[in-house]
Design a protein around this ligand. Structure first.
Ligand code: G1P
Length: 303
């Protein structure tokens, strides 16, 4: 049974400066909920109740978010704000949150390797990347775990991407899988030159891995960008025996990218009964103002 999740969250978030100077990017809200909370709720939904944050200096507010906050609880209780009280208390009950420090940030593979010891060599675990928000409420991760339990193979999320963007992702070489939506991955390459990408299928943000990956990671030389790459470890495992790619069939947002972050906020706000209708109305008006020239919109060359 898979019960542990590892979340590499040590990055400095430089693409989101200045806010990330003092706020971990994983705590930036999607509507009103930190991205990290969405990830841990996703874990909790499929029984992953032991979460290891691989974190860094200056980011301890991430752990605080999931701790009890007795002064706030007392205040909410005294004011009869029961709904808010339940919300705040519930955060501490989502999962058992552990943390370890990555120290030097030597790559995603190096971050995952920090879970060695917390996760046993004969235990399988999930890895969720903080920049990838998978449709909250979907059972996608649960299905990945089920595929892993059925096949005994590592399972990764696969997303069809524009071929021109292959250089942003780990890209998989695939053969047909056993069931619809599944591919067998025979090789992986981290951020290839688009002209040399073996496919347009990117490995994104969700992995269910056996503990034997630690031994593979320990043995890896630095890869792309001089970093220890998880994609290289997947490639080595796939060369021994194909691993499974489960096509992502639910919306996914890249909140590490400013446009992706804004899209996540708008689309997920549209799922809120209190926000959906006024937001749609405002979006319609906004587009009209843009189209009629009433709103000044920056051009691509405006600095
Ligand atoms: C990481 C991984 C890459 C993966 C991507 C998207 O890259 O190294 O293989 O495709 O996440 O989930 P990053 O975006 O952190 O540079």
């Amino acid at each position: 049974m898979v019960s542990k999740a590892v979340l590499p969250v040590a990055g400095l978030g430089t693409r989101f400066l200045p806010v990330t100077k003092s706020v971990p990017k994983e705590l930036l809200p999607v509507v009103d909920t930190p991205a990290l909370q969405l990830l841990i709720e996703e874990c909790a939904r499929c029984g992953l109740d032991d979460v290891l944050l691989v974190t860094a200096m200056g980011k301890s507010s991430m752990e605080d978010h999931f701790d009890r906050r007795l002064d706030l609880e007392a205040e909410l209780d005294a004011k009869g704000k029961q709904e808010e009280l339940a919300l705040v208390r519930g955060l501490a009950e989502l999962a058992r949150i552990h943390s370890t420090r990555q120290g030097e940030t030597l790559g995603l593979g190096h971050a995952v390797l920090q879970a060695k010891g917390h996760v046993a060599a004969d235990e399988s675990f999930a890895v969720l990347l903080g920049d990838d928000i998978v449709d909250p409420g979907s059972d996608y991760l649960e299905r990945m775990v089920a595929v892993h339990e059925r096949t005994g193979r590592p399972v990764v999320a696969l997303l069809e991407v524009d071929e021109r963007h292959a250089g942003l992702y780990g890209i998989a070489s695939v053969e047909p899988g056993e069931r619809p939506g599944e591919h067998l991955i025979t090789a992986t390459v981290e951020k290839p030159d688009p002209a040399e990408a073996p496919s347009n299928l990117a490995v994104v943000g969700r992995y269910v891995l056996p503990g034997s990956v630690f031994g593979v990671l320990e043995d890896l030389p630095p890869g792309r960008g001089g970093e220890i790459q998880l994609t290289d470890a997947l490639g080595r495992m796939a060369a021994e025996e194909p691993i499974v790619g489960l096509v992502l069939d639910v919306p996914r947002y890249d909140t590490g990218d400013k446009l992706g972050y804004l899209q996540a906020n708008v689309e997920l706000a549209l799922r809120r009964p209190d926000l959906a209708s006024p937001l749609v109305e405002w979006l319609r008006e906004l587009i009209e103002r843009v189209d009629s020239g009433a709103l000044d919109v920056a051009g691509p060359d405006d600095a």
